[in-house]
Write a protein that binds this ligand. Sequence first.
Ligand SMILES: O=P(O)(O)OC[C@H]1O[C@H](O[C@H]2O[C@H](CO)[C@@H](O)[C@H](O)[C@H]2O)[C@H](O)[C@@H](O)[C@@H]1O
Ligand SMILES: O=c1ccn([C@@H]2O[C@H](COP(=O)(O)OP(=O)(O)O)[C@@H](O)[C@H]2O)c(=O)[nH]1
Length: 460
Amino acid sequence: MSRLVVVSNRVALPGRAGSGGLAVALQAALEDSSFQDRGGLWFGWSGDIADGTSGQLHETRAGNIDYVTMDLSREDHDDYYNGFANRTLWPLLHFRMDLVDYSRETWDAYRRVNALFADRLAPLLRDDDVVWIHDYHLIPLASLLRERGVRCRLGFFLHVPMPSSDILAALPHHGRLFEGLSAHDLVGFQTSRDLERFQDYVRLFGRGRVIEHGVLETATGRRLRAGAFPISIDTDGIARQAAAAVGKSSFKRLARSLSGRALAIGVDRLDYSKGLPERFRAFERYLQRYPDQLGQVTFLQIAPVSRGGVIEYQTLRSELEQLAGHINGGHAEPDWTPMRYVNRNFPHASLTGFYRLARVGLVTPLRDGMNLVAKEYVAAQDPDDPGVLVLSAFAGAARELDAALLVNPYDLDGVAAAIARAVGMPLEERRERWQAMMTRLRDHDITDWRRGYLQTLRAA
Ligand SMILES: O=P(O)(O)OC[C@H]1O[C@H](O[C@H]2O[C@H](CO)[C@@H](O)[C@H](O)[C@H]2O)[C@H](O)[C@@H](O)[C@@H]1O
Ligand SMILES: O=c1ccn([C@@H]2O[C@H](COP(=O)(O)OP(=O)(O)O)[C@@H](O)[C@H]2O)c(=O)[nH]1
């Protein structure tokens, strides 16, 4: 059986805390016991900024996984990660043309860092490896590996949305960037909508052809497979962890602090794609519109700081601080604060308990590739008394979790109404909705995602 080599910008290094669905999901996929005996290599950025130049490698091993990571210099980190990846591609891929940065320097740095990834990775590869490259940071990597003589099977998975082709075409270098994808044997997306939009792009702007659904011919005449592979979670593992969390002090402290009130919870990186200002405003709208429920719900928003070096994220942080203060200032009582806003990162072992305690899970991104928090919230519920998921129709997860209360995150009245409905929902309806979502998550867990993708890649 061939070795699996996973390549991503973000690596979940053993013993290092961090948030973000890609690292959480890949770690779960690689740790799966049914896979462990084959072993694997995870290659990516070390998370550290070097004093000098980029490229210093670090190696470590845990279980059957080798981790090889590379430092970036301050300049490369600023221009590749903060710059082209997170100020150009991230807003573009999340339908935010208004936030796209068009500077040419960061595009050069993006190409340079991808070339360095290729230089360092190519000597580590064997011809019978299966290489699985992840996300928008590394779109050109496969073509750069091919230029360096790499012949093994190469797959790509995009964790974020694929926007409509008209949006992609607004990027000055879109042709050069996206033709790099054709060096892969398989390109995977989160949902069939993302796949369809990519096929439209290849047809309308990429000078390629759709031979049949999921089989494309690019401008260079090369054929590649493309498909939808919705990422998932370790469903049973999360359920077990949540049940066990009830005995933990973090769970008990939070439960005590609610004084019998219902909890609504949001857990998101502090990112404008997550729709946090809209969610805060919708919660305020709920407080205004449903006076009969006033004082019954406490909203806890956990939002660890993310990409703090990027100006748009700094601005968002200030906006949220103001909004949280405004909402509490206007609605708090001497014995009740409607909103709690926390910028800390919590380990999964605590988060799963918080999810289980929450009567309402608020997951309302403006756009999201998948959103694993939505899936984790469902898996963490008590089957006898499950909470209600309020989920944005614009998250990839909404395609599978359609038994949630689906909302348009821009429609504050609609979100407020969904919160009120969730708070008052009878037990029987909560159980029915939860059961439908949990069945889906048990059938399509993280192991199913990894197997489905890799089987298709091996067959491609
Ligand atoms: O690595 P960071 O810059 O700290 O950001 C964290 C990750 O954010 C994005 O996650 C995406 O992947 C999730 C799993 O597939 C998905 O559920 C979510 O919708 C996406 O936003 C990003 O795509 C990753 O590369 C980052 O590591
Ligand atoms: O304090 C936190 C906040 C988030 N997460 C995890 O980070 C991931 C976020 O993934 P998601 O797909 O929801 O969004 P992303 O951050 O990748 O855009 C989930 O597994 C969360 O449980 C965490 O471990 N601690």
